[in-house]
Design a protein. Structure first.
Length: 176
């Protein structure tokens, strides 16, 4: 994501990159669906944190990663059979931003603006960034005391980020 101003707090943050859709084969591999299909996270991160359906967390180390259609087929260290792979189904995968390649100076991870106040270009307060929806496009979920706004993130949606405030360009009629 690009913005017109630098993001002031670039410390490492946990980034949800996708989820384990299910087991693949009999040797412990899993099918992973990434939120961003071009992400290199599983190819570059040495450690992945998995939030299992049971509520437990488990550290995983990718050993093998290969694309297959909309999924990546991943072999994790210590996951050597289908039953262990099936136990991971539904797990959310998280990496630390410092384990990923550096971003350009005007780029940032969406997760780094969670909780920021959102202003429209006319300086109208819309609420705070409560969440993100990841579909075929990213969407900001902005929550105020009385409303929830879903703002699609297009090329020029995020105009600037500064001091905990995100200024956005909103398509006419979107908030009415």
């Amino acid at each position: 994501m690009s913005a017109s101003g630098p993001l002031e707090n670039r410390s490492a943050i946990p980034l949800t990159i996708g989820f384990i859709a299910g087991a693949h084969g009999v040797r412990g591999e899993v099918k992973v669906r990434l939120h961003h299909p071009d992400s290199e996270a599983l190819f570059t991160a040495e450690h992945i944190l998995a939030h299992l359906r049971s509520g437990e967390e488990r550290e995983l180390r990718p050993e093998r990663v290969r694309p297959q259609g909309k999924f990546l087929i991943v072999g994790f260290e210590g996951v050597t059979d289908r039953s262990r792979a099936e136990a991971l189904k539904g797990s959310t995968l998280i990496v630390s931003s410092d384990a990923l390649p550096s971003l350009d100076n005007d780029e940032f991870y969406l997760e780094s603006i969670r909780g920021f106040q959102v202003l429209a270009e006319d300086q109208r307060s819309l609420g705070v960034i409560a969440d993100f929806l990841v579909t075929n496009m990213n969407i900001l979920v902005v929550q105020s005391d009385t409303e929830e706004h879903l703002i699609p993130i297009l090329e020029d949606t995020i105009r600037s980020t500064s001091d905990g405030i995100v200024t956005v360009r909103v398509a006419e009629g979107l908030l009415d």
